[in-house]
Design a protein around this ligand. Structure first.
Ligand code: IPE
Ligand code: IPE
Ligand code: MG
Length: 236
């Protein structure tokens, strides 16, 4: 089973629009984040069946600390609940969970829940779910640069290992952002060098299996060239 993973796609999602989803219903932003957790569950469960082997979700950026304290606390609480309550389900579905980003600024309960969830799901082979919490791509790149130990680290492959901390990680194939915004907001800048970008107006709490399938359908119709020429010209 494990050997089938690398040939599967790496999809990454900037889960955006929780606040607007709530505002449109006259509800507090926190309720939008709660609805966003349900969308995470739907998306994670649909991913393996759609050919996704690695799914990286942007849950909280280093810049999100700038939000009001009450919203940050609500998000931290929700993430802790998700990680502790979801483990059994993840294990059942063969999902291996890892968390990327800084851990030193997270509340203790969340850091502990991350450690437990990573340990308990380590054997999952159907999907590698990566959740980005207190994450900044620029910080990940800077921290990798500070750890360069020799010439082998100064190659694309070697430096990738330092940036991602995962020698087997596939580059991002498809990067999705919901809510109509079309920007990267400091997400996976190194890993997305040749990612296909897909933007949808759907707000994250409304996102589900059909939306993921639509994004993958579009992705499969795209022609990836990686700097080369389209297939017929290359053959000529
Ligand atoms: C995404 O939704 C979740 C996080 C960034 C934590 P937002 O909270 O950014 O929702 P909008 O963009 O305000 O609608
Ligand atoms: C990006 O969304 C971060 C996450 C989805 C976790 P933001 O809502 O924070 O991004 P900006 O501020 O609109 O660029
Ligand atoms: Mg937003």
């Amino acid at each position: 089973m494990q050997s089938s993973l690398p040939s599967k796609l790496h999809a990454a999602i900037i889960m955006d629009g929780n606040g607007r989803w709530a505002a449109a219903r006259g509800l507090p932003r926190k309720t939008g984040h709660e609805a966003g957790v349900k969308a995470i569950r739907r998306t994670v469960e649909a991913a393996p069946g759609l050919g996704v082997g690695t799914l990286t979700l942007y849950a909280f950026s280093c810049d999100n600390w700038a939000r009001p304290k009450a919203e940050v606390e609500a998000l931290m609480r929700l993430l802790r609940h998700y990680l502790s309550r979801e483990v059994a389900r993840l294990v059942r579905n063969g999902v291996r969970l890892t968390v990327i980003g800084r851990r030193d600024r997270l509340p203790g309960g969340l850091a502990a829940a991350i450690g437990r969830a990573e340990e308990e799901t380590a054997a999952g082979r159907e999907l590698h779910l990566r959740i980005a919490i207190d994450y900044s791509a620029r910080e990940a790149i800077l921290s990798a640069a500070a750890r360069i130990a020799g010439p082998e680290d100064l190659t694309r492959e070697g430096f990738s290992r330092l940036v991602t901390g995962d020698a087997d990680l596939r580059a991002v194939d498809l990067l999705i952002r919901t809510s109509g915004e079309q920007r990267l907001s400091d997400f996976l800048l190194w890993e997305s060098a040749y990612a296909e970008l897909y933007f949808t107006d759907r707000l994250w709490p409304d996102f589900g299996a059909d939306d993921l399938a639509a994004a993958l359908g579009t992705f499969r119709r795209r022609e990836r060239r990686f700097g080369g020429l389209p297939a017929p010209a290359a053959a000529a």
